[in-house]
Design a protein around this ligand. Structure first.
Ligand code: ATP
Length: 377
């Protein structure tokens, strides 16, 4: 095979129509249905979805701990069906670290290399490099019980990276950590991934973690991938209601399509205001149709508000304030629109911001049109 041009995308993992059914007959449960996705070499790729949607099952199929019921799975261009975990160029980091308690930090990190029967000098050199990579040089001789949870997680990462797998699979590796440590480890993980260039497949149910760390995200529900895209794409251009709802706070409004081009529509909102909105990929709607549009709370502002927000545009909704929730950097003002639809406006708590409007106040809401998305019906 010819060497790809620098910067060109090379597929590392190719998954085609993969399915997995557990059990048989009346007990059968389909955990994955028709999952197809390509993961690029060197990519930080995240599987995101609620509990039970099949993230771990997909990861375990890639790892070789489970065998698929149907479909294809290639890693590095090679079909891996039938190969066990040790025969695949992948390594896994689990949620509970699973360090060997009777081994030192250095011995834990060197374990995989020992299994591969690498020469002692090479093992020592690699273990030292890994200790530096995860900043654990000073604790090489400690036992897992003598280091903190965050340090244990770093050792688990080093142990998985030491044999230089093509792909590192990470199953909610940060979920046992407290919030502050979790944030620190998020940037550590990102740094490790960039420094090693290894393809990371990361499982989480935390949408913020997925958005901040990933090159691309696959959003899963009930054994299927609903949308794959960059964090910006899935946040700003959600394909359907589940994705829009799962990724961040969202307003849904019913609207009527008035005018339509290949990529945009002019829609009429409740109350009569008109607004330009992005159409989903593939279109799928027509003038006169009733559609659902997604408006993020930060793309709306209270008219005449002193707090920062998007510039006022033509489209205006009106409603009544029901409550306000303070989040530190911003406040969510919950409204009830004239037609009864709930609507949330995010208001930044800048130094200039006055207190939010009191409960019961009648307010108008201006919308930034470019950020409004029409959902697939
Ligand atoms: P979580 O975030 O809670 O870990 P998940 O998205 O990783 O969830 P999976 O662990 O992949 O979900 O499970 C998907 C579905 O498959 C669940 O309904 C689960 O009960 C089912 N399942 C998983 N493993 C088995 C098994 N060995 N036998 C039967 N059903 C299974």
């Amino acid at each position: 095979a010819s060497t790809p041009a620098p910067g060109a995308r090379v597929t590392e993992i190719e998954i085609g129509a993969l399915s997995k059914t557990f059990g048989r007959g009346a007990q059968a449960f389909r955990a994955l249905s028709d999952v197809s996705v390509s993961i690029n070499r060197g990519e930080f790729f995240t599987l995101l979805g609620p509990s039970g949607c099949g993230k771990t099952t997909l990861l375990r199929l890639i790892a070789g701990f489970e065998q698929p019921s149907g479909g294809t799975l290639r890693i590095g261009g090679r079909e891996v069906a039938g190969l066990g975990p040790n025969q695949r160029p992948v390594n896994t980091v689990f949620q509970n670290y699973a360090l060997f308690p009777h081994m030192s930090v250095a011995e834990n990190i060197g374990f995989g290399l020992r299994m591969q029967r690498r020469p002692a000098a090479e093992r020592r050199e690699t273990v030292d490099r890994m200790l530096r990579l995860v900043r654990m040089e000073a604790m090489a001789d400690r036992r897992p019980t003598q280091i903190s949870g965050g340090q244990q997680q770093r050792v688990a990462l080093a142990r998985a990276l030491a044999p230089q797998p093509r792909v590192l699979l990470l199953d909610e590796p940060l979920s046992a950590l407290d919030l502050k440590l979790r944030k620190e480890m998020q940037s550590e993980l990102k740094r490790l991934q960039l420094e090693t260039g290894i393809t990371f497949v990361f499982v989480t149910h935390d949408q913020e973690e997925a958005l901040t760390m990933s090159d691309r995200v696959a959003v899963m529900s009930e054994g299927r991938i609903l949308q794959t895209g960059t964090p910006e794409e899935i946040y700003n251009r959600p394909a359907d209601r589940f994705v829009a709802d799962f990724i961040g706070d969202t307003n849904f409004l019913d609207a009527v399509v008035q005018d339509i081009t290949a990529t945009h529509a002019v829609v009429r909102l409740p109350g009569g205001a008109r607004l330009a909105a992005n159409l989903p990929a593939g279109g799928g709607t027509a003038a006169g149709a009733t559609v659902t549009v997604v408006i993020r709370p930060e793309h709306a502002r209270l008219v005449g508000d002193s707090a920062d927000g998007p510039a006022d545009e033509g489209a205006v909704l009106s409603g009544q304030v029901e409550r306000s929730v303070f989040f530190g950097t911003d406040t969510h003002v919950h409204l009830r629109l004239s037609d009864g639809t709930p609507f949330v406006v995010r208001r930044q708590n800048t130094a200039a911001a006055t207190p939010p409007p009191e409960i019961g106040r009648e307010v108008s809401v201006a919308l930034a049109g470019g950020a409004v998305q029409v959902l697939r019906n």
